[in-house]
Design a protein around this ligand. Structure first.
Ligand SMILES: NC(=O)c1ccc[n+]([C@@H]2O[C@H](COP(=O)([O-])OP(=O)(O)OC[C@H]3O[C@@H](n4cnc5c(N)ncnc54)[C@H](OP(=O)(O)O)[C@@H]3O)[C@@H](O)[C@H]2O)c1
Length: 125
């Protein structure tokens, strides 16, 4: 069972750290995927007349996952709140779900504790 569903069944709210892909994280490599520039996400954003950030945030809250996007840019902070007045289609949701990188990619890896018995990222999300 995926962690989000496991927690939902037990009344535990999951929070998405780095819900925009943390593009400015210090440990980003040039070859890492750039979530907000991905053509599939940009296409959905253009279709629903929203920003890529609004699309990925809407996807998370629709799954029942809380989001804590960070921005130092006032216009982005404001637009990141405008995510409760539109809906993605089920097909759009599936496209976003397909971005699950599993063990192949995570923005926050916490690799220095990856051998801890309670390290969370061995569990599918
Ligand atoms: N405690 C922990 O272990 C932990 C771990 C991870 C994250 N967090 C917290 O979670 C929060 C978010 O994490 P994060 O900063 O790693 O990642 P994030 O929110 O996924 O991404 C932040 C990046 O997205 C940009 N951004 C924000 N809104 C945007 C928009 N509408 N369009 C385009 N770009 C946009 C920001 O740029 P600008 O700022 O330049 O606008 C910044 O470069 C932070 O407060 C962080 O402290 C905590």
């Amino acid at each position: 069972m995926k962690l989000v569903e496991f927690c939902k069944e037990r009344g535990i709210t999951v929070t998405a750290y780095s819900p925009l892909g943390s593009g400015d994280r210090p440990w980003a490599k040039p070859t890492d995927p750039k979530l907000l520039e991905d053509p599939k996400i940009v296409a959905i954003a253009e279709k629903v007349n929203r920003t890529p950030a609004q699309v990925v945030l809407n996807w998370s809250i629709r799954r029942g996952v809380a989001v804590i996007p960070k921005s130092v840019t006032e216009s982005r902070i404001l637009s990141n709140f405008q995510i409760f007045d539109f809906s993605l289609t089920d097909d759009d949701m599936l496209v976003l779900q397909s971005f699950d990188g599993g063990d192949k990619f995570r923005s926050c890896v916490l690799e220095w504790v990856s051998d801890h018995p309670l390290y969370p990222f061995h569990i599918p999300f």
